[in-house]
Design a protein around this ligand. Structure first.
Ligand code: ADP
Ligand code: MG
Length: 272
């Protein structure tokens, strides 16, 4: 991609070589504002392939916006993000050095799956139709898409629900289907934005079980959650955000046991 090469060669010496190579997701100097409000403020984070990163922080700290920039639902004002070595955005000082092409956005959406708090299944489609819709629209043959969908249903323990409609399922089941749907495009990275926050407490466990299984199988996961017990168990790294900035990053033992920052300890004291 000529545009990427130009921006890369001219401006981002550290990106093409050195310690960033091999990172599944590289976020470098990303800032984003809504009007006067700076929602992401110089965020830099490298996420290794196959790792599980949990993002914590108060409501309004920019967690969802960060996920949405990784998935290209939002543009960054400054900085860049690369997915598996593929550069997906770079601007600096308001001057666009690399204007993202629509086809690049679509390609990056295949690489990055996202699961939202509200399950967002298509209500008028059956479970199986929900699972094959995206692969079909990306040119996968129907027999192959159906076969993959059935494999995914088996993996999440819902093979018997292929012909059901979303309204016939519990919230936990719908969210497990939403996870399967995100996996149907075989993404390199899966993002979760508070995947259990909309669920009744008794349904949280079954969804966390599916995410836990993905973590074990080596899928690269970035998870925004307030489920501290889960974070402690599955996270390789915990990232704490405040006012659009990353204020502390560390392994769960460190963050939950003896975080350096008092504000991190105070937040955890409230949610634990
Ligand atoms: P979190 O997920 O940590 O709760 P968000 O990323 O959703 O935080 O929001 C960060 C800040 O950005 C909040 O102050 C929020 O009100 C604001 N914000 C988010 N999306 C928009 C938008 N589309 N327009 C204007 N402000 C927004
Ligand atoms: Mg949010």
């Amino acid at each position: 991609r000529p545009g990427a090469a130009t921006a890369n060669a001219g401006q981002v010496a550290t990106w093409s070589g050195g310690d960033r190579r091999g990172a599944a997701v590289s976020i470098h100097g990303v800032s984003k504002s809504y009007g006067q409000l700076k929602v992401l403020d110089d965020v830099t984070l490298d996420i290794a392939a196959g790792s599980v990163t949990v993002i914590l922080g108060q409501s309004g700290s920019g967690k969802s916006t960060l996920l949405r920039t990784i998935n290209h639902l939002e543009r960054v004002d400054e900085g860049f993000i690369s997915i598996d070595g593929h550069f997906i955005g770079y601007r600096r000082n308001g001057a666009t050095l690399y204007e993202l092409k629509e086809r690049d956005v679509l390609a990056s959406r295949v690489d990055v799956g996202m699961v939202f708090q509200s399950f967002n299944l298509f209500p008028h489609l059956t479970v199986l139709q929900n699972l094959i819709e995206a692969p079909l629209s990306h040119g996968v043959a129907k027999a192959e898409a159906v076969s993959l969908a059935r494999d995914l249903l088996a993996r999440i323990g819902l093979s018997d629900k292929a012909a059901a409609y979303p309204r016939q399922l519990s919230g936990g089941q719908q969210q497990r289907i939403a996870i399967a749907r995100a996996l149907a495009l075989k993404p390199k990275v899966l993002l979760f934005d508070e995947p259990t926050s909309a669920l009744d407490p008794e349904l949280v466990g079954e969804v966390l079980d599916v995410i836990r299984e993905l973590a074990r199988s080596g899928t690269t996961l970035i998870v925004v959650t307030h489920e501290i017990g889960f974070a402690r168990e599955v996270a390789d790294r915990v990232v704490f955000m405040e006012a659009g900035r990353i204020v502390e990053v560390g392994p769960p033992d460190k963050i939950f046991g003896h975080a350096d920052q008092a504000r991190v300890r105070e937040f955890l004291a409230k949610v634990l």
